[in-house]
Ligand binder design. Structure first.
Ligand SMILES: Cc1cc2nc3c(=O)[nH]c(=O)nc-3n(C[C@H](O)[C@H](O)[C@H](O)COP(=O)(O)O)c2cc1C
Length: 383
């Protein structure tokens, strides 16, 4: 992960492509349907231009901030990425450890391959738990109780996953067949694993195809991979659920998957400590607007009542600066660190965070701004 070979997130993306089988790389890299929203998320950042204040000395840049009272070394959290253990052995623990070392909070997906207690123990920093309602209410409540006991600081409830999005690449790469564990249907898709023997050996040593140890079903125990789709569809979260979720959790929670001002207001009414403007990185409903384009509408509607975060398309530290200028308090990054994790485990995630941090500092110095708290709309032109 030397700074000469890995200069930016695209370098990490290429390193990930070389390290893991196609089905795993495309699981990270792909989006829903025609991937229009996924591309638009990135393009929206590219289309915002800066308006620097030159001839200003900024020897120090203060990146510190907080979300829901959680202190952060920079305005970045690692987004929930399901099945991270497939990217790298004990992937969730490894990513959380790298985040903690950098003072960046880690959000653990409901669909983690590692036990939530082990993930919390692996990091010196704050951890949040992303919640999907899977199984019945008791299953979610027991997950929340475990998370509270383990020291998770906040909950992140994702609301944009009524059904799993149609990721065409996964379909073509045999994701469905590969989780059947039946040799016949799997066979045509096996060569992609043989092409990455290093990954394969590590994957098998780490226990092979994992289950989800934090989703413990009363009859069958930890949920199996093959049951995820149906289970998500059966237990869609609705606004009415926030009553019992709030009661069961009794702590701060963020709502992730806000696309519009209307839903942002509902989230505030539901008692959210913060909201994440997110379209799941373009992995759910294709054809929705880029998150950065929706951010000003949401900030106008609820920015004075709650903390607004954004994700989708963050590939450079300057993207984080742009999001903050347009009213976000912090961002989540998904693919940017998932590439790093797939490419090189701890070192890869650490490199991701380092790239984003040094980018941010350089950008702010060039803008003539000494603190994230001083970034505002005057530094950008988003027309
Ligand atoms: C491989 C992968 C798995 C994901 N799994 C989850 C998940 O389990 N729960 C969730 O709320 N979001 C999930 N997301 C969405 C991310 O949390 C985040 O919203 C998205 O990655 C942001 O876009 P970006 O990848 O462009 O940064 C996943 C994203 C990726 C790339």
């Amino acid at each position: 992960m030397g700074p000469h070979r890995i200069v930016n997130i695209e370098d990490l993306r290429q390193a990930a492509r070389r390290a893991v089988p196609r089905v795993v790389f495309d699981y990270i890299d792909g989006g829903a349907d025609a991937e229009i929203t996924m591309r638009e998320n990135v393009r929206a950042f590219e289309s915002v231009t800066f308006r620097p204040r030159c001839a200003v000395r900024t020897p120090q840049c203060d990146l510190h901030t907080s979300i829901a009272g959680i202190p952060m070394a920079m305005p970045l959290m690692l987004a929930p990425v399901g099945s991270s253990r497939m990217l790298y052995p004990r992937g969730e623990e490894v990513a959380a450890a790298a985040a903690g070392a950098a003072g960046v909070p880690y959000i653990l997906s409901t669909f983690s391959g590692c036990r939530l207690e082990d993930v919390k123990a692996a990091t010196s920093g704050p951890a949040l738990l992303q919640l999907y309602l899977v199984g019945d209410r008791a299953v979610s409540i027991s997950m929340m109780e475990r998370a509270r006991a383990a020291g998770y600081t906040a909950l992140v409830v994702t609301i944009d996953t009524a059904v799993a999005g149609m990721r065409e690449r996964d379909f073509r790469n045999g994701s469905k067949e590969l989780i059947t564990r039946q040799i016949g249907p799997m066979l045509p898709f096996v060569p992609q694993f043989l092409a990455r023997p290093r990954w394969l050996v590590r994957f098998l040593r780490d226990g092979g195809m994992m289950k989800f140890p934090n989703v413990v079903l009363p009859d069958t125990g930890p949920m199996a991979y093959a049951d995820v789709g149906a289970s998500l569809e059966k237990s869609v979260v609705t606004w009415a659920d926030f009553g019992w979720i709030r009661e069961a959790w009794r702590g701060p929670f963020l709502i992730k998957g806000i696309h519009t001002a209307d839903d942002a207001r509902r989230a505030v009414d539901a008692g959210a400590s913060g909201i994440v403007v997110s379209n799941h990185g373009g992995r759910q409903l294709d054809g929705v607007a880029a998150t950065l384009r929706m951010l000003p509408e949401v900030v106008d509607a609820v920015g004075s009542q709650t903390e607004v975060l954004i994700d989708g398309g963050v590939r450079r530290g300057s993207d984080i600066v742009k999001a903050l200028c347009l009213g976000a308090r912090a961002v989540l990054a998904g693919r940017a660190y998932a590439y790093g994790l797939a490419a090189a485990g701890h070192a890869g995630v650490a490199r991701t965070i380092d790239i984003l941090r040094t980018d941010m500092i350089r950008t702010m110095k060039l803008l003539g701004c000494a603190s994230v708290k001083e970034l505002n709309g005057g530094f950008v032109d988003s027309r």
